[in-house]
Design a protein around this ligand. Sequence first.
Ligand SMILES: C[S@@+](CC[C@H](N)C(=O)[O-])C[C@H]1O[C@@H](n2cnc3c(N)ncnc32)[C@H](O)[C@@H]1O
Length: 479
Amino acid sequence: MQYLPLFADIKDRACLIVGGGRMAERRVIVLKRAGANVTVIAPELTDTLERLANRDEISVARRAFDCEPLDRYWLIIAATDDTALNAEVAAAAEQAKRLCNVVDNPEHSSFIMPAIVDHDPITIAVSSGGKSPVLARWVKGVIETTLPARLGEFANLAGRWRERVKQALPDTETRRKFWQAMVEGEVARHVLAGRGERSETLLEKALGAWRDDEVATRTPGEAYLVGAGPGSPDLITLRGRQLLAQADVVLYDRLVSDKILDYARREGELISVGKSPRKPSITQAQVNRLLVRLVASGKRVCRLKGGDPMIFGRGGEEMEALAEAGLPFQVVPGVSAVEGCAAYAGIPLTLRGVSKAVLITTGTSKDSNAADLASFRRGQTLALYMGVAQFAAVGAELIRNGHDPDTPAAIVENGTTDEQRVIRTTLRDIGEAREKLDIAAPALLLVGETTRCADRYNWFNPEGFERFGDTDRTFAQVS
Ligand SMILES: C[S@@+](CC[C@H](N)C(=O)[O-])C[C@H]1O[C@@H](n2cnc3c(N)ncnc32)[C@H](O)[C@@H]1O
C-alpha cells in the first residue's frame, strides 16, 4: 500500500490553498464541505471563490505566495498552474512538517486527494495512488451506482440509536447481531425506500423484543415489483438493480435478459415464470400464488418484469394478490418498451406541432382493440404492444377509420438490444413488411408523423435500419 487512507477531522481547522483558479476552487469546495477554515493565497480568484470571499466563507490573501512559514496550517494544497511555485509551497509545507497536496503532482505531495463517494456520514474514498485519477473517478462512479441513495439516512438513524442500543444490549456480540438484523431487515428497507418515519418505531419495537434466537422470524418478507427495462442491461434503474441484488428469490419474465439476471445476488434463487404466447406456460394465478407464498415465508422476492411492471406487466394483479394477503411490497418503475424503442430508434413520442398525445394499446386479438384504434387521431402517436400477428389487421383497421394509407409507421424489433431492427414503413405496408421481413416478437409498432424522424435520427443501430414500401415523402423538419 503506497498511501495510508485516513479520514481527517479538519472541522474549524486552518487549511491553506495556494491558487485561485478552477483547480483551487474544486479543492476549496471539498475542504469547506468537511468544515475547514480555509485561507486562499492568490492574486486573482474565480467568480465562485470571489463569492465565497464576499460572504466571508473563506479568508483571502490577494497576493502571490512568498515562501512564508506554514506552521499555522493543518493541511496545505498547492493548486496553481506554476510548477515551480507549487514546488515552493510543497517545500515550505515539508519544512513546517505539514501534509501537502500538489495538484496533479504526486511526487511533490505528502498526501493525495481521493475521488469521494459522499453519502454523508458514509464516505468512501477511492485512490489509484496518483497513477490514474480518471480510473479512480470511474471506480467511484461504479460504486455510486451500486449504493442506495438513502444510505446516509440509515447511518444517521443508527448514530442516533447507538447509545440507547448499547444500554439495552450491553453484550457486544448480541449488539452486533441486532445491528446486522437491522441493516438486512425491515428497518433499513423502510429507510432506503424513503419511508424513514416508520423506521424509528420499528427499531424501538425490535429493540424491545430482541432475543438472539428470533432473528429469522423478526424479518418478514417483502415483494419488489421491478421493471427490468426493454432489453439493454443498462436500462434497469439504479433502485431496481439494488433490490435485485438484495433479493432472496427472483421471479423473472421471459423477456428479462441473462445479463440483467447477473445483477442478482449469487446465493439468490432464480425462478423463471415467463409466459409464452400460444404455448402452455405458468398462469398468472399461479404466479400470484407463488409470489404470495414466498413473501409470506419471509423471503425478499424480486418480481422482475420486462419494461415497466405497470404497462402490460400484470403489476396491478400482483399488487392486489399481495395486498389481499396483507404483505408488503414496493414498485420500481422501468423503462417501458414504448420509451426504449422510440428513444433507440430516434423517434420522439411527442413533438411540438406534430404529436401531442401518445396512445398505448395492445394488439393481442383481432377485435379486442378496435375501440382503442378508433380513438387514434392524427396529431397523436400510437404504440401497439404484443401485436406482431395483428400488424396487417391493425393497418387495415386504421385505414378503414379514415387514416391516410401513407401515414408513416415504424416497427421496432428487439428494441435497445444489439439485435435491434427498425423498419420504417406506412400503414398500407405494415402487414406485408412484417411477413416479408420476417418480423418476430418482441416488436413494437409505432404509428404517426413522428416515426418519420427515424429516417434521420436512427442513431443506435444504423445497420439495422430498413425501409419498406413507399416511405419517400421527404422528412419535414418541424420546429
Ligand atoms: C407482455 S408485454 C410487456 C411490456 C412491458 N411491461 C413494458 O413495459 O415494456 C410484451 C410486449 O412488449 C413489447 N416489447 C417488450 N420489449 C421489447 C423490445 N425490446 N423491443 C420491442 N418491443 C418490445 C412487445 O410488443 C412485446 O410483445
